[in-house]
Design a protein around this ligand. Structure first.
Ligand code: F6R
Length: 611
């Protein structure tokens, strides 16, 4: 949610900040802006995408060696030029950008109004900025000091960058709850919400921690806590290549990421799964294996697509490990005072590793003594760092707003975890274990085969693109895939879509079925298949249009369905990693056929760092 970039050093700041904003646009894209300094403090901002800001700045003198930039996902105040960041303080001396939400802004605003402050925007950011300026004025101190004092009173989440017109040599930054990475160059520093704007300049980065303030100068990086004590910056080497964050010839990041899956799934399995010898090595998880195996229950917390991966994991872990599993929306879990005992196991699943609800859910559980395992994609992210242990999915940067390759990466890691624990615990026998290991190792090639159906699925997208509603049905391991198919379609094509367990349809949704309703069945060959076929008959009897994802060799379903997408066979436990691919392609092609920007669907943002 909101992308933040900063630069200070000998180069021109504007091109670096602008390029960084384009890389971070997936985090929010309703307005953007930059602040630069060349003798005086200049702020430029504009409603719309970064390209619109860029257009308005053509021909302007943007010379500056310091710059901060922001791309916004609106929280307080509608997306317009006024509410876009950077904001200027009342005096016009300080410019600030902010990612997060200041929860107690209303009270502080009242205090500032009483002191005669006026506000040009509807944002909580401008309130925090004027609060900082007010403290600085009253204390006659430094900006850094004022930021520190102000933040001690702030409730909420923030990553802020500030520059002051009298100090073109310093950027002040601080974070709590919203991410901040600082790239260390030679006589220069780069600041950003994630590493993507930084990697082409330096691979040495510092992930700033919550409640830390960074004083950033060309030659100097000082980290302090809110108590003004110096902290030692921990320098990490980025393990990421520039190509990973570029489109590489594809029309959209989403399509690139769908097509990357044979490689990204392989990367998730690489060095961990040896199907020949039947060995699984998950170093992070092994340390806690005994505790997990003996846990009374496992709770999985996540949001959106990651929550769907959690649902698949619930079925798999219960089946293979015989440990009760509960899957919770992180946003509900964190507020409903869940019963957590010391030693309970919580698995947090997150692509970005920054989702605010998931992060707070695990922080709360950690305080109560739970063991936290993080299944995370973004290396060094907050959830990864907060977890006791876990495993990275190694899916590479996911830039398309709709999550695709992260889901299959999460499933790869979750399935390996279940296999490892089940076999170790003895609830999974050796033959079944070896056969599942082999099936899992075969997934990358099978996904490559499914991707060859792209043209067929594109044609289906043309056929169904004008539908106003769509139902996705599946049972067992494929029920969460139906939910994921519906989520993908609604977010990319804005078609109203619902996912249901196929049998549950009779308890209400069947009322929607008529000749205009496409119903996508995830109907691969598994132990529920005959039941799913019966559900299909029920839809056909009411003239619904059936699109079925089926397994090679299935001769019955094609006689019922209007359209079939045939995928390779796999054990039912592994099948969701395959059956989800046609869901992703169908949503993508319908979104494109309708003329939408599938990488940046309306109202959405990639990394949901606000609750
Ligand atoms: C859907 C999507 C979202 C995310 C959700 C969780 O395509 O991208 O539903 O899955 O916001 O995000 P992470 O996995 O980053 O915690």
């Amino acid at each position: 949610m909101c992308g933040i970039v900063g630069y200070i050093g000998p180069r021109e700041a504007y091109p670096i900040v602008l390029k960084g904003l384009k890389r971070l646009e997936y985090r929010g894209y309703d307005s953007s802006g930059v602040a630069l300094m060349n003798g005086q403090l200049q702020v430029y901002k504009k409603k719309g995408k970064v390209a619109e800001l860029e257009e308005t700045l053509v021909g302007k003198d943007l010379h500056s060696h310091i710059g901060i930039g922001h791309t916004r996902w609106a929280t307080h105040g509608e997306p317009n030029d006024r509410n876009a960041h950077p904001h200027l303080s009342q005096s016009g001396d300080i410019a600030m950008i902010h990612n997060g939400i200041i929860e107690n802004y209303a009270q502080i605003k009242q205090e500032l109004l009483a002191k005669g402050y006026t506000f040009k925007s509807d944002t909580d950011t401008e309130v925090l900025l004027n609060f900082i300026e007010d403290i600085q004025k009253n204390n006659h101190g430094t900006l850094e000091e004022a930021v520190r004092i102000a933040l001690r009173r702030i409730v909420g989440a923030y990553c802020i960058l500030l520059i002051h017109k009298d100090d073109p040599e310093t950027i002040i930054a601080a974070r709590k709850g919203s991410p901040l990475v600082i790239g260390i160059g030679k006589g220069e520093h780069f600041l950003a919400s994630d590493a993507s704007p930084i990697i082409e300049y330096t691979k040495e980065v510092v992930y700033v921690n919550d409640y830390e303030i960074a004083i950033v100068r060309p030659d100097e990086l000082i980290l302090k806590n809110l108590g003004n004590e110096k902290q030692t910056p921990f320098i990490t080497k980025l393990d990421m290549e520039l190509a990973a964050i570029e489109k590489g010839g594809y029309d959209h990041f989403m399509l690139k990421e769908i097509f990357e899956q044979p490689t990204t799934i392989y990367d998730s399995l690489r060095g961990r799964l040896d199907a020949e010898t039947g060995s699984i090595t998950l170093t992070g998880i092994e340390k806690y294996a005994e505790q997990i195996m003996n846990a009374n229950r496992i709770m999985i917390v996540a949001c959106g697509t990651s929550w769907h991966a959690g649902l698949v994991a619930e079925y798999i872990i219960e089946e293979l490990c015989r440990i009760p599993v509960e899957v919770e929306y992180a946003s509900e879990f964190r507020y409903r005072n869940p019963i957590i005992h010391k030693g309970d196991v919580i698995i947090a699943i997150s692509q970005s590793g920054e989702t605010a609800d998931t992060l707070v859910a695990i922080e709360n559980s950690k305080e109560k003594g739970a063991i936290i395992l993080g299944i995370v994609n973004a290396v060094g992210s907050s959830i990864a760092r907060t977890s006791h242990a876990g495993a990275y999915t190694h899916s590479g940067p996911e830039i398309g707003v709709a999550s695709t390759k992260a889901f299959t990466g999460q499933l790869a890691v979750l399935i390996m975890t279940a296999l490892y624990l089940g076999y170790k615990k003895g609830t999974l026998d050796r033959d079944k274990y070896l056969s599942l290991c082999k099936d899992l190792a075969a997934v990358p090639d099978k996904v490559a085969t499914i991707l060859q159906l792209d043209d067929q699925i594109k044609a289906l997208a043309e056929k169904y693109k004008d539908a106003t509603d769509c139902l996705f049905l599946g049972r067992g391991y494929n029920f969460p895939v139906a939910l994921e198919g519906a989520l993908k379609l609604k977010e990319i094509s804005y078609i109203h879509a619902e996912g249901y367990p196929a049998a549950e349809m009779k308890h209400g949704p069947i009322a929607l079925v008529d000749e205009n309703l496409p119903v996508v069945f995830v109907a691969t060959k598994d132990s529920f298949h005959e039941k799913v076929v019966s559900n299909m008959q029920e839809i056909k009897a009411r003239k619904g249009k059936v699109i079925a994802v089926i397994t090679e060799g299935d001769t019955i379903t094609p006689t019922l369905a209007d359209d079939v997408i045939i995928i390779p066979p796999a054990d039912e436990i592994i099948a969701p990693m395959l059956s989800v691919i046609p869901m992703q392609l169908l949503a993508y092609h319908i979104g494109v056929a309708k003329g939408y920007d599938v990488d940046k669907p309306r109202n959405l943002a990639k990394s949901v760092t606000v609750e």
